[in-house]
Design a binder for this molecule. Structure first.
Ligand code: NDP
Length: 256
């Protein structure tokens, strides 16, 4: 097998949460281009189906969109079942769905804190457990969690304490599940992106330039395509001896 063959995902199926826009769409696209069939799942079922149709057309892979709320266990099981029905298998879970709120701590209502944690941590946990239960019936699988540099730095000038704490939880849960599930042949890794231009992150607004861009050694933000190859790598046999790793991709932002 050549080294590039190890990156191939031909014959495998991936479920990408929040995969119709932003980073998730780049991940779904990268996985399909690497040969995987893909299920895109988010609460906006119509947007998920539209993105899936476009990606199927562009790549020739089987790509379907489903309505999925990662907080809802029945919905998560339905997404797993949809993958099995459409492609006969499920090998890869990319936990990409996430949300962020900018607000000073003293002003945060409980509902807002709960929304961030329930999406970024509880939802990731529930779908990982549901999917891993399937993986145990087929000899294994891989999970790629989307963490953040916010797990290890405090972003400025805006305050986002719930998001920062939630992503620290994602990194530690990645390690915890990796250790526990290694004997089950389930690998669990994460990527920790820096600033990436998406609807969530207003990286090109002037008020953020001094802290987000000028402070970064590479002096720029990323586009989603620059994060996707690492997700493909972590999903594939090219990373067969990696589990519990958190790969930082931030243009050097966390180096100082
Ligand atoms: P976007 O806001 O553009 O996309 C988030 C996606 O998640 C949407 O498709 C949304 O769809 C989906 N989603 C939200 N809540 C749920 C839910 N309960 N169930 C299922 N899907 C859900 O964000 P990004 O592309 O910027 O971010 C993607 C991931 O990358 C997140 O985990 C984020 O924390 C992380 N990240 C982003 C960085 C950045 O600079 N952009 C940097 C580091 C990490 P819908 O609302 O229809 O459900």
């Amino acid at each position: 097998m050549s080294v590039l063959d190890k990156f191939s995902l031909a014959g495998r199926t991936a479920l990408v949460t929040g995969g119709y826009r932003g980073l998730g769409l780049a991940f779904a696209t990268g996985l399909a281009e690497a040969g995987a069939d893909v299920v895109i799942g988010a609460r906006d079922a119509a947007a998920s189906k539209e993105a899936a149709a476009r990606l199927a057309e562009a790549t020739g892979r089987t790509v379907i969109g489903v309505g999925l709320d990662v907080n809802d266990r029945a919905s998560g099981q339905a997404a797993v079942d949809a993958a099995l029905e459409a492609t006969g298998r499920l090998d890869i879970l990319v936990n990409n769905a996430g949300t962020c709120v900018h607000r000073p701590s003293l002003d945060i209502p409980d509902e807002e804190w709960d929304e961030v944690f329930s999406t970024n941590v509880d939802g990731l946990w529930k779908l990982s457990q549901t999917t891993a239960r399937h993986f145990t019936t087929v000899g294994g699988g891989t999970i790629v969690n989307i963490g953040s540099i916010s797990a290890q730095i405090v972003n400025r000038p805006q305050w986002q304490p719930a998001y920062n704490a939630s992503k620290a939880a994602v990194h530690q849960l990645t390690k915890s599940l990796a250790a526990e599930w290694a004997p089950l042949n389930i690998r669990v890794n994460a990527v920790a992106p820096g600033y990436v231009k998406t609807e969530m992150a207003p990286v090109d607004e002037p008020q953020f330039k001094a802290r987000w861009i000028d402070d970064a050694p590479m002096q720029r933000y990323a586009v989603p395509d620059e994060i996707a190859p690492t997700v493909v790598f972590l999903a594939s046999d090219a990373s067969s001896f990696m589990t519990g790793s958190v790969v930082v991709i931030d243009g050097g932002y966390t180096l100082h």
